[in-house]
Structure formats: C-alpha cells, structure tokens
Design a binder for this molecule. Structure first.
Ligand code: MG
Length: 432
C-alpha cells in the first residue's frame, strides 16, 4: 500500500495528480472573442499551482463589454488570493459584493468565475465536471436544432434535413412576408404601410403564419417527429393565451416563451385552458422569476440561460427545485453561448434526472480554431468530451484574430453588439 508521504511526493511531481493543497487564485483574465460574429466572453482563472487554471462562460452578447469590465474591475480584486476550491463561498461573496444583485451583467460576470472554479476543481481531481456532480444518469442528451425558412416549404425542407441527420426534435419558425419576424428571415414583400421607418412587426400576421406552418408541417412531416416553436415574447398576453390553445391540436413538444417575463402571471390562464406543454425562462435572472412558476407547476420546461442566472452553481439549484416540481430542464443553447457554456449545458443534461431537451447550435470552423472540447453531436444526441474539468482549451492567439465586431453588420457594430429597434406599425417599440 502506498504511504501518504509517497503519495504526496508522487502528486507533487505528476501533472495528473496535481493540486492536493488548496490552490489560491493568482489571476483572473477575460478572453473576448467573436469567431462566429457573436461576441463571446470567457473568464480564465489562474491559480498558484503550476498549470492549474479554468475557464467559465460569461457571455451576454448584447452587453459584452460591460461584463468584461465587471470581471476586471469588481470580481478580480475581490477574489485574488482566495482559495479556488471554495466555489459556493466565492459565489456568495461575489453575489453579495454589489449589494444590488440578480442583474444580467453581474450574473454573467459571476458565472465566468463560477464555471472557471468548477473547471479547476475538475482538473484538480482529474475528472470531468459531470463526474464531480455524481456521474451521468443518461448516455447522451436529446437535442433539437432550428428549421427557419422564409416560406413554410423552406422550413419543412430544413426540418427534413435535420430529421435525416438524426434529430428527433426540431424547432420550426417561418418568416412573415414584409415583417421582422423572430428566428426566420422575412420573405420578399413590401413592408406594411406604417408610421415608422425600419423593421416592423405585427403580432396577428405572425400568429396566423405560425399556425399555417404547423398545420402544413404535421401533414407533411407526420406525427412521429417532435416539433416546437418559439414565440420569443412577441405577442400580447391575451393573444398568447389564444395562440397556445390554437396550437394544442399540433401536439407540440413545447411552446417556448409565449409570454414576456413581466407577464408570467398569465401562465395560469394558459394552463387552465389547454394542454400545450410550456417552456419558459431564457430571459430570467432572478430566483423570484422562476420559483413561482416551478412551485405552481405552471410550466413544463425551465430553460434558463445558465450564465444569465450566475453559472453552474445556481443552475444546479434551479434544476433541483424543478425536479421536485416535476418540471424538466431545457437550458438555453444558442450561438451566443461560448463552447464552455455549451459544455456546462451538456454536463447539467447528463447529471440531472429531470433533463428534457437541449437546444443545440453547431460549431463553426472558426469556433473550433479558438476552442477545443466542443460537445459532439451524434444521431440527435449530444455527448461531452471526457477530459478533466470542462475539457475545453482556448487558443488565445486564435481568439485575438476575431475581436468584438468581427462579422457583425454595421448597425450591430455601432451598437457594440446590441440589438437595434423593432416597432409596431404605429411606431411603438416591441420587446424582441
Ligand atoms: Mg428562445
């Protein structure tokens, strides 16, 4: 049997057994990169132990510069020199440090550090994070991808291609001619006469178009394939209630973000009037937003954006509360999530019994040039890599080739990655 002294001596010299003593935080830096034209923010926490560091996702693409500054100016001085192995304690210290809390900028900044600390713990233990959390309770994560045509037939063709790749769940969106829709480009048509310039959206034509799409999709794709749809909080609450009822006949996997976070009380009415499964939460920042929906079982899927709620640590608590309430998880997984964030999503998917489905964005060549370890897609399921921590390495030289603004439209670049305006015909602003 190996003696402790021999074990420690071996540990000190072997990279795979490094870090039995508590590592201290030596530096906190930020990688700001845009390889796919979307601003990604990744925090790197370095420790005083040789080669022991970690990465966390802090991506809030519309306000990315502010997250970078929040990490550098507020979190870095707070945590330098602290033990990197006290993740929960550091999370609480970072959260309490601003007094006013639960906002998207600060939650993302905290997430960057939180996930980097989980990465460090995994690397220290020489285990993937999913092992630290108790190990897999499924082999792969059921994933869905997006079919988004200008016309219904284009959407349905894209859905067929995804089904041929093995996807068992597909999100369908379709453009509305002349209107600024969500999730699909508008078809060729003159914009409606309006009192404003720039993109115009009207809820009623959108709702009619979506219903027509699903009627056709069920006829052409059949009933075996699971279909879902994202309203993206674009209709008034009363119309959302009617829309959820009208969509009931198409047996959705779920209807996503039928209401804005400000209107969540209307979920009671949707629930009372139809059986359409409901998913909600990508805009949530604050436990007071998701807790009532879970406790009252007003939704079927909670789909927070993990970095928006503050990282892996709070996401585990959301998942555990949801499990107690018979609600499944469907973590937000768009292109404006860094590969570290995608790894955190898939980790949660594999370790939480109440996992439902994972939104999936394919990687690009440039993303893979900057980040290794991206989850693998096979036959409609996602698989994490099995390296220690998140198993992600960042090529910082490659990251620097794609600064913020790379691949963005002029308007988006002028707004530092922020979104522009969409208005109703009468000139009033809508939530996007
Ligand atoms: Mg969405």
């Amino acid at each position: 049997m190996m003696r402790r002294r021999e074990f420690l001596a071996l540990a000190a010299g072997a990279a795979t057994l490094k870090g039995l003593p508590s590592p201290k935080i030596k530096d906190v830096s930020v990688i700001a990169t845009s390889p796919a034209g979307l601003r990604l923010v990744v925090v790197k926490v370095t420790t005083d132990q040789d080669g022991l560091y970690g990465y966390g996702c802090a991506t809030f693409t519309q306000r990315a510069e502010l997250v970078v500054e929040a990490v550098k100016q507020y979190l870095r001085p707070l945590i330098l020199g602290k033990p990197a192995d006290r993740i929960i304690d550091l999370w609480r210290a970072m959260d309490a440090s601003s007094y006013w809390r639960n906002g998207p900028v600060l939650n993302n900044a905290i997430s960057g550090v939180d996930e980097a600390l989980w990465d460090i713990k995994g690397r220290q233990a020489n285990m993937p994070v999913f092992q630290l959390l108790g190990g897999k309770c499924r082999e792969g994560a059921l994933a869905y991808s997006h079919a988004s045509g200008k016309e219904p037939e284009e959407t349905i063709d894209q859905a067929r291609a995804l089904i041929a790749q093995g996807f068992k769940v597909v999100r369908l969106q379709v453009g509305v001619p002349g209107l600024a829709g969500y999730g699909a480009a508008a078809g060729q048509a003159a914009p409606p006469a309006s009192l404003t310039e720039g993109p115009v959206f009207e809820p009623l034509p959108y709702v009619r178009r979506a219903l027509a799409l699903f009627e056709r999709a069920r006829k052409e794709l059949g009933n075996e394939i699971e279909l879902l749809h994202d309203v993206h909080e674009r209709v008034p609450p009363r119309m959302a209630v009617q829309f959820a009822k009208d969509m009931e006949q198409f047996r959705l996997f779920y209807l996503e973000d039928a209401l804005a976070p400000e209107d969540i009380a209307y979920f009671r009415q949707i629930r009372a009037q139809c059986a359409t499964p409901l998913a909600m939460g990508e805009l949530f920042n604050n436990p007071n937003e998701w807790t009532p929906l879970l406790k009252e079982q007003l939704i079927d899927y909670i789909r927070c954006h993990v970095s928006q709620v503050g990282g892996l640590t709070p996401a585990l608590k959301v998942a555990a509360l949801a499990e107690q309430c018979q609600v499944k998880t469907a973590w937000h997984g768009p292109g404006d999530t860094s590969p570290v964030g995608h790894c955190a999503n898939v980790t949660l998917d594999l370790v939480c019994p109440n996992f439902g489905v994972q939104e999936w964005s394919a990687s690009t060549e440039r993303i893979l040039e900057v980040f290794s370890g991206y989850p693998e897609m096979r036959d409609g399921y996602l698989f994490p890599n099995d390296k220690p921590g998140w198993g992600v390495e960042v090529n910082e030289k490659a990251a620097a080739k794609y600064p913020f603004g790379f691949g963005e439209s002029e308007q988006r670049r002028n707004l530092n990655g922020g979104w522009g305006e969409v208005r109703r015909r009468d000139g009033s602003i809508i939530q996007q």
